[in-house]
Design a protein around this ligand. Sequence first.
Ligand code: ADP
Length: 406
Amino acid sequence: MGPAIGIVGGGQLAWMLAEAAQRRQIALQVQTPSSEDPAVSLAAGVVQAPVRDVAATAELATRCSAISFENEWIDLEGLAPLAAQGVQFVPSLQALQPLVCKRNQRELLQRLNLPSPRWFPLTAAIPPKANAASAGRPAPAAVCPEGFSFPLMAKAATGGYDGKGTAVLQGLDDLAALIARVDPANWIVEEFVAFEQELALVAARDRFGEVVCLPLVQTHQHQQVCDWVLAPVEASHALQQAARNIAASLLTSLDYVGVLSLEFFYGRSGLLINELAPRTHNSGHYSIEASSSSQFDLQLLSVSGERLEEPSLLVPGALMVNLLGFEQRSAEDPAADYSEQRQALSALPEAHLHWYGKRGSSLGRKLGHLTVLLRSSEPEQRRDEAMQRLQQVREIWPLPGETGAG
Ligand code: ADP
């Protein structure tokens, strides 16, 4: 075995990282709360503890030369003393600071003049106290800041994922109800973007400053959760270059080492950055089979301090379909492993099944994904091929809410 690296988190991203680590003879140590978490079975070692347990991360550090993160729910303040003692976090805690919260992200993008939806802090929608006392009129419970109009998209600055922690606001009543329901200091409100497509880009930067990217892909969401990904997206050279330039500006200005994923809206207003994720991403899973190096290889190499090389597609394209829980099944239910569906999915031509081994199923829970390699080199034909393949998958694995089961 070669060098050891640590990862805080033990879900499906850490599981796929552990697979890539095994192939590369890298010992991956994980910090995760349950012995049943996906990554545990493949990891070289486990610190069993919650991901925000700093003492556990200190223990993890004794076993590895560098530590990275599976997700952005990071206790930066808690970990700062470890960094001061010399623990190598990759990306560094400093580079992560503007990325772990959606409000920080919006401020960073504004600072760097990178295109993103216009926004305001929810606190700006609370009417000033002075108004309440004025002219005997009842004070409004919320005001819509100048330059904005409904509908609006509200988001929790921290703790949200897969659409949890977002709310569409249709009018002032919704805005007032939100102010009453949540801590306004932890929420931002954005213009509602009428995008034509959602795109995503996985980028990585090594410690020598080299930036590499996987191809730009299209993502499709169902009820705000990623449903499928088509790689590569049919896009002009200029659009692809714009996305890569944005990624390079961000990574370089943050002196960021590691994998960073960008989600975009694309439409009449051009390219707008929706969200940044300081980690590997659902939109990059297809790269395991379809790319000369996967997003997990890029994370392993950058965290180990190696040089990165530009990945290239090994096939004309790929479709990745998320297998989202379409019903409620308890962990004790023998049918909760969906062996019949898994067999049928694996039997599809050019299909690669990744089953995360989670216990039990609930609506929308990510239980696995399927990558189907595409053979058409002409973009329009490739899209048709992808949609036909999606249909085959749907006949075996329905979307949540499409089974009559809930
Ligand atoms: P999460 O962090 O929960 O994934 P996102 O910010 O990525 O939240 O939002 C989830 C989905 O909601 C997006 O993929 C997009 O489809 C939709 N969405 C988010 N923000 C906006 C917006 N400002 N306008 C329109 N749709 C949006």
